[in-house]
Design a protein around this ligand. Sequence first.
Ligand SMILES: Nc1ncnc2c1ncn2[C@@H]1O[C@H](COP(=O)(O)OP(=O)(O)OP(=O)(O)O)[C@@H](O)[C@H]1O
Length: 732
Amino acid sequence: MATTEESKSVESLTRVDIVGTGLSSYAAHIFHQELRRVLAEVGHSTPAATWQRISQQLLRPEHPYTLHQLMYYSTFRTWDPAVHGPPPSWIPNLGSARLTNLGQLLESKGVELLGSQYANPIDSYSAFQRWSVQHPERYFQLVFEEESIVFHKQPHCILDTSNEAIPGGQWLPGAALNIAESCLASKGKKTDSSTAIIWRDEGEDELPLKTLTLAHLRALVSQVANALECLGLQQGDAIAIDMPMNVYAVTAYLAIILAGFVVVSIADSFVPNEIRVRIQISKAKAIFTQDHILRGAKKLPLYSRVVEAQGPLAIVIPADGKSMGLQLREGDLSWDDFLSCSNHLSRPNEYKAVVQPIEAHANILFSSGTTGEPKAIPWTHVTPLRCSTDAWAHQDIRYGDVFAWPTNLGWMMGPYLIFGSFLNGATIALYNGAPHGHSFGKFVQDARVTQLGVVPSLVKTWKSTGCMASLDWSSIRCFCSTGEASSPDDYLWLSGRAGYKPVLEACGGTEVGGSYVGGSLVQPQSFSCFSTPVMANELVILDESGNPFPDNEPCIGEVALVPIMLGASSTLLNADHDSVYFKGMPFFRGRQLRRHGDMFERLVGGFYKAHGRADDTMNLGGIKTSAVEIERVCNKAHEAVLETAAIGVQGPNGGPDQLVIVAVLKKGNQIGLDELQKIFSLAVSSKLNPLFKVSAVAVVPEFPRTASNKVMRRVLRSQFTKKMNPSMTSKL
Ligand SMILES: Nc1ncnc2c1ncn2[C@@H]1O[C@H](COP(=O)(O)OP(=O)(O)OP(=O)(O)O)[C@@H](O)[C@H]1O
């Protein structure tokens, strides 16, 4: 498909061009007429305004994707990103901006907070973001008031920065609460009869959705918390969860925290050794798991993996919700037997939350391990507030919303979904099955999901299989994406599935408890770009000598974070926190910056673009280049290419990095390595730098990925470094 530079301008498109995208002659005629009408109405407006009209009024999900591409690329054909910034894929209107969480707050307090410079939520957003950095305590006070937080002891203040030994500041010192109790509290608009969870089990596409009210969820969680007390554990003990993110898992998660224990989150895809390591590091005393994971007709083992990992006392839930399909170890409990532990109580469905000092641990999570060993990161009872306030501002989660994000409690987006939804009065939508096919999409349609979270690899699968055709996703207000850098073309497709709703990127980390850079519904959005540092957060981009670039200039470099961040980690269980995040970092306005390890570009117009991990950058002939930048070009170099990974490999005699492109081809495609090398070389030299040379290419069936699906370039690098020798300079 033609890209920006190759396509015709939108004004010069003919009916024949439109027929070429797959529309019938008659449909193309109608579309072309409509296009002419829209172009006449917008007159000499900017391409951005033209795209708004075309995307919102002409293009429909059932149109061939090639038509969507033709419209997008031809509209922005003459757009110069160096002058205007990246092309806006979506622009807010004032009416809908005023309804967002940020918009409502700004409309009621904008003048009070920003003074006479306040205009409206769209024009004043950037000033408000800067204000929130300068006044985090006032900002969070306002947002906390919107959420269902139940304090048993009020904090002395919101933020205390007086102790230099705590570079991130002390948040809500002196406060006592239990964050699970806050999730379950009916407060504000959230009542006992509000829907807390809406879900469907795989294979039940045609059955009605199942729902749980807040009161019902609270009763279930209380029953589990009562039963946990019967296990003879000590307050503060760690209890693991290793199972799909379904209603049982969410219930167990909240119950563990409600009863004063600490959740250890283990992703359900891990092999026994990975489970063992996580249990050992966290010293978990019990584990919630399932007998199997049901995926279509397949039964994947889960309990047996926990047993092989020599996991502690297991509470085992039957995957089919009915009968246990296996024999348990001595001492392990079936879900029913476990629940019956609380039968002697007069009110097993009621539980008084164990009130915690705010700095008590609530959850131990593990990072993905993209850069090295996964880090064991404790979340305190403050970190969930980071999730909820990020979700409030940046995904605009409000009362009545239905928030879905196919993930697992073992990844930070699992807990993020819980706190982001419940503390803001939204419903969680859980699909108990694989999210890769049509059934998941139908669930999104039937549950009337309003915010759908994704990771880029999932969208790539949906797009390449076409499995989401003919679904009605019009209830979606925005998509949210995280995990790794996305492809603009994939997100053009995604946005178009819901009638061009924005795709809000979010980038942060498990140790942040949220994002440091993201999007919002009060700013224009651009595919695969970030429109703002998150509220009350400040980032700087460092040059090669470690000096911050000025914050109003386009630049590219490693991101460093101003460490005052609500909920960010201050300890690690398996590494030294200070060495990992602070040691050797430069100072900025008197504070040592916090390392994050990402490469970012600041673009014209205040947008940001991710360039992958700093560890994945390479030095090509003296020019520092990010892997993601090269991959963006190579992914589009030929239609047989599904995805690519760019790695810099040291030659056998040292010297500069040699660029190796590893590719995965689309199913059923074949292409010779010589030809592929020519294609990639041409793409890289013509689109990035004429001096860049592709030294070698390889085709693999799939990339090594972390369990959370991120490409592990470090593994490819080490494989190919071993393979490189003087006699193999060009082919691997
Ligand atoms: N929207 C996004 N676009 C680009 N990259 C992203 C995005 N969201 C997350 N990332 C990447 O994921 C990282 C956070 O993931 P996570 O906390 O799981 O740790 P990790 O870096 O993958 O693992 P480890 O710290 O163990 O190496 C970010 O620092 C960034 O590199």
